[in-house]
Design a protein around this ligand. Structure first.
Ligand SMILES: Cc1ncc(COP(=O)(O)O)c(C=O)c1O
Length: 389
């Protein structure tokens, strides 16, 4: 029997409390789940067809570590057209999902003890990834009173000068559904330049923006090309999370370092998925618009319903597929999520899963069929009426 085989590094990783909740939700067919952050849609048909064809043609081999040439060319065209970012092949690395993009960027830029400013609440991989690399996460509270926009004043208070290397920015944001305004992005850009910080811009939800909101890539702002690593994903835009493919676009020296590290992490993103990704970028974008229209319909509905239920208050989200309401019931986030699962048979994510400033909130995902959302809202409304004030 091996003793003490598990490394301290692993032991320090957080145990995801939601894992257990979601397992219950999956096993109990009566539960309506608004938990997971992945599209309920399958990938569009032409993308599946391209993947099938690629299999038949024998695309079962490794690809160049930096990514297939046809995919990089398609990415360069897309970055110019949609993100107003000028890139050359040396600025691009195809990754195994943007999760690997986050890991590689941090792995190649952070030395021991160096700080990274990151949003709290924010996507749950950021903090553990910084920690596992012996970096210092510096959570920046992202508050409802600021409409969940990043506050540069807060960053100024929290930064450890000389020892902070990067800022993680996520717009549209998980879990709050916030789309960052140009003015806020410009303030962050000035702050980054002033403090010589790399901005890691996670734009996984770039195509899921609604109403008058517009997605702006930090890398498109004047003079920012040397300061930004932009991370993109096929998971949300094209409903391809299981394909595990994304890309990073940034300064050539960082991309070169990441490509070297990538050889030792995953070697290359799955070849089959890269062929499917070319079909996604070069094919019709109508399926993307259609999915976004359906998310928008659900967004309007769930926002209205949640605000009508006494005990919830909510900022109207403008992007991604999440609603992040505050609740006034006398429970903690995790307790309330467990309570909803037990009494309403609805699975949600506790806000604290995304950081300590998520306390008092829960996250509803509307990447679930419309009729299921209607049912979930009826169940939540009925159940919370029973809570004594
Ligand atoms: C903000 C954010 N970034 C990145 C990811 C990971 O995406 P990928 O499937 O590309 O690794 C997620 C997934 O939920 C996310 O919410």
């Amino acid at each position: 029997m091996l003793r003490d085989i598990i490394a301290k590094r692993e032991k320090a990783l957080p145990v995801s409390t939601i894992g257990a909740l979601l397992k219950i939700a999956e096993e109990n067919k009566k539960v309506v789940s608004l938990g997971p952050g992945e599209p309920d849609f399958n990938a569009p048909k032409h993308i599946i067809a391209a993947a099938k064809k690629a299999l038949d043609k024998g695309f079962t081999h490794y690809s160049p570590p930096e990514g297939r040439r046809d995919l990089k060319e398609a990415v360069i065209r897309k970055l110019k057209r949609d993100n107003k970012i000028d890139a050359k092949p040396g600025n691009i690395l195809v990754t195994t999902g943007s999760t690997e993009g986050i890991l590689l960027t941090l792995m190649c830029t952070l030395d021991d003890g160096e700080g990274v400013l990151l949003p709290d609440p924010g996507f749950l991989a950021y903090k553990p990834t910084v920690e596992v690399l012996n970096g210092l996460p510096i959570p920046v509270p992202v508050l409802e009173k600021d409409n969940f926009q990043y506050s540069v004043d807060k960053m100024r208070e929290l930064i450890i000068p000389e020892r902070t290397k990067a800022i993680i920015l996520n717009t549209p944001s998980n879990p709050t559904g916030t789309v960052f305004k140009k003015k806020v992005l410009e303030e962050i850009a000035d702050f980054a330049v002033e403090n010589k910080l790399l901005i890691i811009s996670d734009e996984a939800y770039e195509k899921l923006v609604y109403g008058d909101a517009r997605h702006i890539s930090m890398g498109s702002l004047n003079g920012m090309e040397d300061y930004v690593m932009t991370l993109h994903s096929f998971s949300k835009t094209y409903a391809m999370p299981g394909f595990r493919v994304g890309y990073a676009a940034g300064p050539e020296n960082i991309i070169r370092a990441m490509t070297k590290a990538h050889i030792f992490t995953t070697l290359c993103a799955p070849t089959l998925s890269q062929v499917a990704a070319v079909a996604a970028l070069n094919g019709s974008q109508e399926p993307v618009r259609k999915m976004a229209r359906e998310y928008d319909r659900r967004r309007k509905y769930i926002y209205r319903r949640v605000n009508e239920i006494e005990g919830f208050e909510c900022v109207k989200p403008e992007g991604a597929f999440y609603l992040f309401p505050r609740f006034t019931f006398r429970m903690k986030s995790l307790g309330f999520a467990s309570w909803l699962l037990k009494h309403a048979k609805v699975a949600v994510m506790p806000g604290t899963e995304f950081g300590k400033f998520g306390e008092g909130y829960i996250r509803f995902s509307y990447a679930t069929r419309y009729d299921r959302i209607v049912k979930a809202m009826d169940l939540v409304e009925r159940a919370v009426k029973r809570i004594k004030k």
